[in-house]
Design a protein around this ligand. Structure first.
Ligand SMILES: NC(=O)c1ccc[n+]([C@@H]2O[C@H](COP(=O)([O-])OP(=O)(O)OC[C@H]3O[C@@H](n4cnc5c(N)ncnc54)[C@H](OP(=O)(O)O)[C@@H]3O)[C@@H](O)[C@H]2O)c1
Length: 292
């Protein structure tokens, strides 16, 4: 959605995870319309190619790169990062958009709880693996799509994986708070560089969100409120703003909603929790100085 808070970004390259549907696809379309070369990531080749064709048609920009990876598996995140580094010579912005809700507990190929792995660990690992390219392309931006649900989140360090007790909502809220804690800690660690880290709530948006494993009654409820939800293009306005607007050049460690800086939950400013989550995430993502 181009408007008076965005500007042309020709010559820039942006990677949007989950650019094949929902808010991510609309974000990629909006950024492509502003002139960026856009890479999109999805799990299925056909779906990703078809989304890329839509983005080219709707934006009038043919510079769209397709990447296929299932971000629930760390080996896939690593393979994706290697492919991105190979194919995209510069990276001006990374939009960590992939995220979802699962009513029942699933585990990933790495034996991790799915919500925590996809919503938090995948962007954590991908960001680490692409950081040198972002730094080399600076000024650069790392934008992570959280949710208003961060306000209800608590990080349960004694049961991060929901092994003792699982609730889809609790896991989702925790992962979205983790997005905010991660961003604030990343911004602190990137101080003095020309790479910014911001996080945002896109607004309640009409997408395929939670369709894979909804809670009972969720479909009926969603159908009832669907007419009142934002269109994907409107849901993409804040991610596009954070990834491209000249108004937020140099702005870091900030939570946006409706294209405005907002306070996030009190818990999200807990530096001790952010540092602890960072350390645990490094361990769970198999990251240490030697492996990076
Ligand atoms: N919709 C809302 O109301 C709302 C509100 C607040 C926050 N959010 C946040 O906004 C973000 C986008 O949500 P959405 O509503 O647009 O969801 P969506 O319609 O379900 O789209 C999810 C996107 O992520 C991709 N994806 C899902 N799992 C993946 C995986 N394991 N590996 C790679 N790609 C994967 C999907 O692509 P394929 O299916 O093609 O693989 C799709 O492009 C999420 O972080 C969500 O938490 C949404």
């Amino acid at each position: 959605m181009a408007d008076n808070t965005t500007g042309p970004i020709g010559g820039k390259t942006v990677l949007v995870t989950g650019g094949t549907g929902g808010i991510g696809k609309a974000t990629a379309t909006g950024l492509a319309a502003l002139g960026a070369r856009v890479g999109i990531v999805g799990r299925d080749t056909q779906r990703a190619r078809s989304a890329a064709a839509d983005i080219v048609r709707e934006s009038g920009n043919s510079s769209v790169d397709v990447f296929v990876a299932d971000l629930s598996a760390q080996a896939e995140v690593r393979r994706l990062a290697a492919e991105v580094l190979d194919r995209l010579r510069r990276l001006d912005a990374l939009v960590n958009n992939v995220g979802g809700f699962w009513a029942t507990r699933h585990t990933t190929a790495d034996g991790l709880e799915h919500t925590f792995a996809v919503n938090h660990l995948a962007p954590f690992l991908l960001t680490h693996l692409l950081l040198d390219r972002l730094t080399a392309s600076a000024p650069a931006r790392i934008v992570t799509v959280s949710s208003g649900a961060q306000a209800m989140g608590r990080i349960d360090f004694d049961d991060l994986q929901g092994e003792k007790k699982y609730s889809g909502q609790r896991a989702y809220n925790q992962s979205k708070l983790a997005n905010v804690l991660f961003t604030y800690e990343l911004a602190r660690r990137l101080e003095g560089t020309d790479v910014t880290a911001t996080v945002l709530h896109p607004g309640v948006t009409r997408t395929a969100f939670a369709a894979e494993d909804p809670t009972p009654g969720m479909k009926t409820l969603t159908a009832a409120v669907r007419p009142f939800m934002k269109t994907p293009a409107r849901g993409a306005a804040t991610p596009i703003f954070a990834a491209s607007s000249p108004y937020v050049e140099g702005v870091t460690g900030v939570y946006f909603a409706n294209r405005k800086a907002k306070k996030s939950s009190k818990r999200s400013y807990d530096r001790e929790a952010a540092a602890r989550l960072w350390t645990v995430s490094e361990q769970l993502a198999g990251l240490n100085a030697a492996k990076r």
